[in-house]
Design a protein around this ligand. Structure first.
Ligand code: ATP
Ligand code: PRP
Ligand code: NIO
Length: 492
């Protein structure tokens, strides 16, 4: 699709934290710029108290990296950037280096729409430490938010149980870019359409919508408003019935629906945007059915999310289509995924040295090595994910060990189970070698993956923890590294 090119064709190399540039300068100055390193992008907890997460944002990353360069204006700006003594932060020769810098890293990443779990690398970057470091911030920016919104959408999709979900978030989203990225992520995570016309154009997402209360308010009567809308837009008539009195609004919509029927047209639906949505949707359904308008859909909106949808379903609300804005595109109940990007290996004298950051908290200790994830399934369901080092020769039966609790273990038998490596090559020596999938295929990947996940992992309250573990020898290497580092620090 390459649609995001329109957004990021300009130079975006300065879309990074200053410290990435000061470190880059330090690496260049000390002769370390081309030391080879490996970084992994991962998160530590599933968002929204859920049991899984939906990877999203890779297409933006590809676009960002395809256009990665420092423009003349970027370099002039950096030349004028000063330290606390008022002197330039960066030497001219470094800026010259940046002017000629070409992105040359390798990237492996989990395709968008893939279900992922805490501690699994979603993106692995290998290459010059200077370059790996420079792209940390934009990678996190792009993956964090989009993964969060795709996950929220996936939960809403699950709660809606196959009913269409229209995404209405643009007006409440965090800025223009936030809205566009959210519309795309929401579609991937399960929404059927968006009201955001630019997202429709850029990403190939179906656009849909109804009309606003102001339409009704601008006429002398609701009847006139509905009739005029149906005449103007007979192939897209969904009437908002709650501006004044919902019961009366439904009656007026039915009258319009019958007139349309007589003309061989079809009232598509009515929308209810306030009050008790269970009560009014049941009332609307009964009235519509009695009037012979069984095909007319009931659309509901008003600060909905997956929990309210679930509750409305339990209440046997007669809602066919859900309109969801604020809670979805702002990831209202958890505004950040918290994914991080950590150094896991560095090359010294032609040999990889594995790296790890010590922490008092086990959850904050990253996994070392050059990681890949193997997902095992029994043909019906996913049974476990193994994080392993690509340089390890895997056994037929692999023992995986929970990175948070070494007493939690599981054996995965490669002879009995199928498996898939989740990280796929995306960039080789700075060149994109990944055929970006169509957004509809990304969406399909999400639903297929969700279908392979046990129900217990998908439930909203206290979900079962899906088994993810370090392959035995990686676990051992990590433990040894921790012990070694603890000894080093305690000797100091
Ligand atoms: N049957 C229901 N069960 C649970 N929650 C509901 C039900 N009906 C509506 N809600 C939700 O309750 C919240 C409040 O809705 P309500 O329409 O009463 O107030 P409001 O949003 O202030 O109304 P208005 O839009 O007219 O200002 C909304 O998030 C709505 O989706
Ligand atoms: O509730 P959300 O999930 O955020 O969905 C979007 C909301 O935006 C509109 O309201 P708004 O009051 O902005 O405009 P309106 O006058 O057309 O209802 C719409 O009617 C929804 O209530
Ligand atoms: O089309 C709609 O009904 C719509 C669009 C944006 C926000 N709320 C509703």
């Amino acid at each position: 699709m390459k649609i995001t090119k329109d957004l990021y064709s300009a130079s975006m190399a300065l879309l990074t934290d200053l410290y990435q540039l000061t470190m880059a300068f330090g690496y260049w100055k000390s002769g370390k710029a081309d030391q080879k390193a490996v970084f992994n992008l991962f998160f530590r907890n599933n968002p929204f108290g859920g049991g899984y997460t939906v990877a999203c944002g890779l297409e933006y990353v590809v676009d960002y990296l395809n256009n990665f360069h420092f423009s003349k204006q970027d370099l002039s700006y950096l030349a004028e950037t000063t330290g606390n003594d008022g002197q330039p932060l960066f030497e001219p020769a470094f800026l010259e280096y940046l002017a000629n810098l070409k992105f040359t890293c390798d990237i492996e990443a989990v395709p968008e729409g893939t279900i992922v779990f805490p501690h699994e690398p979603m993106v692995r970057v290998t290459g010059s430490i200077l370059q790996c470091q420079l792209i940390e911030t934009p990678l996190l920016n792009l993956i964090n938010f989009q993964t969060l919104v795709a996950t929220k959408a996936s939960r809403i999709y699950q709660a809606a149980g196959g009913d269409p979900v229209m995404e209405f978030g643009l007006r409440r989203a965090q800025g223009i870019d936030g809205a566009l990225a959210a519309s795309r992520s929401a579609f991937i995570g399960g929404c059927t359409s968006t009201s955001n016309v630019m997202a429709g154009k850029l990403f190939g997402i179906p656009v849909s919508g109804t009309h606003a209360h102001s339409w009704v308010m601008s006429f002398d009567s609701e009847k006139e408003a509905f009739e005029t809308y149906a005449e103007a837009m007979p192939n897209n008539t969904v009437l908002l019935v709650d501006t004044y009195d919902t019961e009366e609004g439904i009656r007026q919509a039915i009258a319009v629906g019958k007139t349309m029927q007589a003309k061989g047209q079809q009232l598509m639906g009515i929308r209810i945007d306030s009050g008790d949505l269970a009560y009014f949707s049941q009332m609307a359904r009964e009235m519509l059915d009695e009037a012979g308008l069984k095909n007319v859909k009931v659309v509901a909106s008003n600060d909905l999310d997956e929990n309210l949808i679930q509750s409305l379903k339990l209440q046997e609300a007669k809602i066919d289509v859900w309109g969801i804005g604020t809670k979805l595109v702002t990831a209202y109940d958890q505004p950040a995924l918290g994914a991080v990007y950590k150094l896991s290996a560095i090359e010294n004298n032609g040999k990889w040295e594995y790296k790890l950051k010590l922490s008092e908290q086990t959850v904050k200790m990253n996994n070392p090595g050059i990681q890949q994830v193997k997902r095992f399934d029994d043909g019906r369901q996913y049974v476990g994910d193994m994080i392993f080092d690509v340089n390890t020769e895997l056994k037929k039966k692999s023992l995986i060990i929970d990175p948070m609790d070494a007493t939690k273990r599981k054996t995965l038998n490669a002879e009995k189970l199928s498996s898939e490596d989740l990280l796929v090559p995306v960039f080789k020596n700075g060149r994109c070698i990944y055929a970006l999938p169509d957004i509809k295929d990304i969406k399909k990947r999400h639903t297929e993956q969700l279908g392979m996940l046990d129900r217990s992992v998908k439930r909203f309250v206290n979900p079962h923890v899906y088994p993810v573990g370090l392959e035995e020898s990686l676990h051992k290497a990590k433990t040894e590294l921790i012990l070694k580092l603890r000894k080093v620090t305690s000797n100091e």
